[in-house]
Structure formats: structure tokens, C-alpha cells
Design a binder for this molecule. Structure first.
Ligand SMILES: Cc1cc2nc3c(=O)[nH]c(=O)nc-3n(C[C@H](O)[C@H](O)[C@H](O)COP(=O)(O)O)c2cc1C
Length: 360
């Protein structure tokens, strides 16, 4: 059970408030869905496959996953985070899925908090990602801090998050987002690990994808709208009536996750062969409002390589490691049955299926 025990640093205090609010309040988008309800698979009554032979495994950045799923980056740096991250990592190790830790800004600024991110001892094999906010590149961070974040947790790659709207709704937000594409390019060129760029809940457009491809990223995560909304979170945090009212008027802001997957896929396809950075395959992550194995199946059929889930996993880990592993099993089962229903033997066949249709 997460208890209120106010951290001394402003960054830690904010992180504690985010954790308590997201666990205890309804912070889902009120006017936007991730959009998966707009799609359905065409049922194949003669799938001609054996359910038990369906292979959900996939390979991402050289590591094998038992299923194409990641626990989205969430916590770190505050006292409650150590147990949460350790337990999330145990689930990842048991289930054979990937995991990201929350922003490591606190870990860089305060060495004592580094242990709250260091999960390798319980999850030696998982695909593990470090995490930092891109905007910190305008507030003193550079390649050194990025490499430190990766080394701190022995990560397989670095996830850089983009969160302009989240920062704009925070009273203490860092809102200078100038020249970040060039700085991300510098990180991609100099970090000895893959760089993945993501949104935290408002989606990645086609235009942003094209800039990220130019910058040389190895992966892009939709972080789309329709799941956890940071505008809803900040509405609970702020005491400013002005910010509350403005937040209310932004309740339909953001690119639904399903739309964002299509935009990223289109941009990646259209730029293939046009510049040196697209010679390598760009891994597409789908996150934001993924709530079932069927949502994950639709995300992959729309073009994602891997799906990711945040808040529902965080809520389940509050119960126990077993409860959270059961939740992942539920996602896995839904994904597998969806593949059975369209006769897809493996993830590659799901990705290339002809059977995903827009509902009329
Ligand atoms: C408590 C909490 C903290 C988060 N912190 C981070 C973070 O530090 N870095 C990041 O990239 N995303 C962060 N996120 C965003 C999630 O990774 C994810 O994008 C978001 O929750 C939407 O996914 P969902 O709808 O499945 O919850 C956080 C989410 C939650 C709930």
C-alpha cells in the first residue's frame, strides 16, 4: 500500500503526488478513447490452426520476449518506488516481458535514490529500459546523464519521453522545448544503446515521427491518448482555478493511440530508403489505454511491434506480484485467442493480417 510521506525535493514531491493521484482517483481521459473499439477482426470459423501451437514470442533489440508486451515506465526516485519497481521487475522476469523504469532525473540528481530503479538483481534477463525526459536536455542534461541513466540500471536502451502538455499544466513545469530534435539526434549518435522516444499520453503524430526518424531513433512509442490522462492528474494536483478551467477545456486534446500507431507506421513506411537513419528498422511501441489482450492484438495488427500498459499494471502490483502476473496472463490469453480467431500462427502473421477491419 502506498502511503503519503512527503519527499524533500520538489521533483520527489511531485512524483509522490502523481503516484497517489493515479492510484486513487479516476484519471482516465473523459472525452477520448484509445480507439480500438473502432476496429474488429473478421472471425475465421476455420482457422486451421491449433491454439496450443500459437507462438506469441518476439525479438526486440536482440532479446526474446515471451509475448510482445512491456510494462510502461512509471516510478522511481521516491521511497515507495523501490518495492514497486522490484515487484514489477519480478513480474517481467516471470512473464518474459519488457519493462521501463520511471524518469531517472531524481536518480541522477541524488545518488541515494538510485537503488529505487536498480532491478537487475531480480530480473537479470528482461529487456529493460532507462528513462529521462527530453526537456531535461534544455535544463542541464546531456549525453553524460543519458549514459549514466543507462549504466545506473544496466539497461538495454534509453526511453526519452516527450511531455510538452504535461509540463504546461504543471505549476513547476519545464516548458522550454526549443531545439530538442537536434539534441535527441546528438543522443542517438553518441549513446551506445538504442534510443526510443515516446509521448506520455497525448500521442505521436506523423510529423513528429518524421523528425524523430531524422534524429536517428531506434524506436517510437505512441504514448497515445485514451488511457491515463496527465491533464486529469494535474486537475487534481493544482489549486489554481485558472489551470483547472483551462484543463477542463483541453479534455479532448491528444491523438488516440490507434490513430497514432497508424501515423507512425505511415511515416516510417514513407521515409524508408530516403535517409540513412531509416536503414535500420524502427520498433513501434503502442501504449496509452491498452486494456486487454484484444486491444494489444489490434495494436499489432495496426502496425505496432509491441504493446505497453501502465496504470492497470501499477494498480495490480499494489495487490501482489502474483495478482499482477495473473493480469499479464489475462492479456496474454486474450492476445492468443484473438490470433486463434483469425488463424495467425505467430506475431508476424498477426502484424500482416488481412482480417482487421474498421467497424462501420
Ligand atoms: C504514476 C505514473 C508515473 C509515470 N511516470 C512516467 C515517467 O516517469 N516517464 C514516462 O515516460 N512515462 C511515465 N508515465 C506514463 C506511462 O508510462 C504511460 O504512458 C501512461 O500511464 C499511459 O498508459 P496507460 O493508459 O496504460 O496508463 C507514468 C504513469 C504513471 C501512472
Amino acid at each position: 500500500m502506498v502511503k503519503k510521506e512527503m519527499s524533500k525535493s520538489p521533483n520527489g514531491k511531485r512524483k509522490e503526488e502523481h503516484l497517489l493521484i493515479t492510484l486513487n482517483q479516476d484519471v482516465s481521459f473523459k472525452k477520448i478513447n484509445a480507439g480500438f473499439e473502432g476496429y474488429s477482426f473478421i472471425h475465421q470459423a476455420l482457422p486451421e490452426i491449433d491454439l496450443d501451437e500459437i507462438d506469441l514470442s518476439t525479438q526486440v533489440f536482440g532479446k526474446k520476449l515471451n509475448l510482445p508486451l512491456m510494462i510502461s515506465p512509471m516510478v522511481g526516485g521516491i521511497s515507495a518506488a523501490e518495492e514497486i519497481n522490484m515487484n514489477l521487475a519480478k513480474v517481467s522476469q516471470i512473464c518474459g516481458i519488457a519493462m521501463g523504469v520511471g524518469s531517472q532525473r531524481t536518480g541522477i540528481e541524488n545518488a541515494a535514490s538510485q537503488k529505487t530503479y536498480q532491478v537487475r538483481k531480480v530480473a537479470p534477463e528482461i529487456l529493460l529500459f532507462a528513462n529521462l525526459g527530453a526537456v531535461q536536455l534544455n535544463y542541464g542534461f546531456s549525453i553524460n546523464e543519458c549514459q549514466k541513466a543507462v549504466n545506473m540500471i544496466d539497461a538495454d536502451g534509453l526511453i526519452i519521453h516527450l511531455n510538452p502538455l504535461q509540463e504546461a499544466f504543471q505549476p513547476e513545469g519545464n516548458c522550454n522545448f526549443k531545439n530538442l530534435a537536434a539534441k535527441i539526434e546528438d543522443i542517438c549518435r553518441n549513446l551506445h544503446h538504442p534510443v526510443i522516444v515516446r509521448e506520455v499520453g497525448f500521442g505521436i503524430s506523423k510529423e513528429t515521427t518524421l523528425k524523430l526518424i531524422q534524429a536517428g531513433v531506434s524506436g517510437i512509442d505512441t504514448g497515445g491518448a485514451g488511457g491515463t490522462s496527465w491533464i486529469e492528474v494535474e486537475k487534481y494536483r493544482t489549486e489554481s482555478k485558472i489551470i483547472k478551467n483551462v484543463a477542463e477545456s483541453f479534455s479532448d486534446w491528444g491523438i488516440p493511440t490507434s490513430e497514432s500507431i497508424k501515423m507512425i507506421k505511415e511515416a516510417v513506411s514513407s521515409s524508408k530508403g530516403k535517409n540513412k537513419n531509416t536503414d535500420n528498422k524502427i520498433v513501434i511501441f503502442a501504449s496509452g489505454g491498452i486494456r486487454s489482450g484484444l486491444d494489444a492484438a489490434k495494436a499489432i495488427a495496426l502496425g505496432a511491434d509491441i504493446a505497453a500498459i501502465g496504470l492497470p499494471v501499477l494498480k495490480n502490483i499494489q495487490v501482489s506480484v502474483n495478482s499482477c502476473a495473473d493480469y499479464i496472463k489475462e492479456i496474454e490469453t486474450g492476445l492468443k485467442i484473438a490470433m486463434f480467431g483469425i488463424g495467425a500462427h505467430n506475431i508476424n502473421e498477426l502484424k500482416n493480417t488481412r482480417y482487421l477491419k474498421t467497424k462501420v
